[in-house]
Design a protein around this ligand. Sequence first.
Ligand code: 1GP
Length: 250
Amino acid sequence: KQLLYNQFVEKKRSGKKSFTVLIDPDKIEEQHIDKLVTLAVDAKVDYFFVGGSLVISSHLDECIRRIKQLCHIPVVLFPGSPSQVSKYADALLYLSLISGRNPELLIGQHVISAPFVKKSGLEIMPTGYMVIDGGAPTTVSYISNATPIPSDKNDIAMCTAMAGEMLGMKLVYMDAGSGAKRPITESMIERVARHIEVPLIIGGGITEPEKAYRNCKAGADVIVVGNAIEKDPSLIREMSAAVHSVAVEV
Ligand code: 1GP
């Protein structure tokens, strides 16, 4: 089986952009999963990310199993805590919060959960996770107990991403936080994208296909949308089309 990470790299090499729908297992019920998956398959969504800062329910396994029964879209865990691991997923974003200075989220929780994560057999994708100030505190900025990178400090973002890459991170994920008032600016995306080789994932507060498109033009490789799609699932089609339209122009 081809590693999912190779697919990320391959797509980046050929200038293809990917669209990802973020599913929070706390917020979705089974009948809605079915509808969402149908829409996602029709819209040619590339990936599902599953997770959230708080996973209160125990629906994680069920949620992923249901998605896997219904389609072949790869499911990647985007865990808010070390307990959010499910063997039914295809891969795990192994997040280290490199924008913050909270040692627990840089390495501490990884140490505690290492045997458990390794035993899961999941494909592990080491990810430099960078939280960018989204205009107001988001769940991630509060829970992480770490200061996000100010939204206009492009140089800090650039240096953080570069350091993450040199430390061996295979992906960089810049996130303004779920439901962010202000998504990450294109100028910050552009600055970071120009200085790293690994695929760049962008999410947080993206509500318009036009913004998703501009982010890709600025250098994002993967666009993640959660909230806006929860509110209006029909957005999936336009968002996905906007992201995929960038590839043909490269
Ligand atoms: C959050 O990047 C994701 O971690 C997606 O954010 O829910 O605002 O789309 P939204």
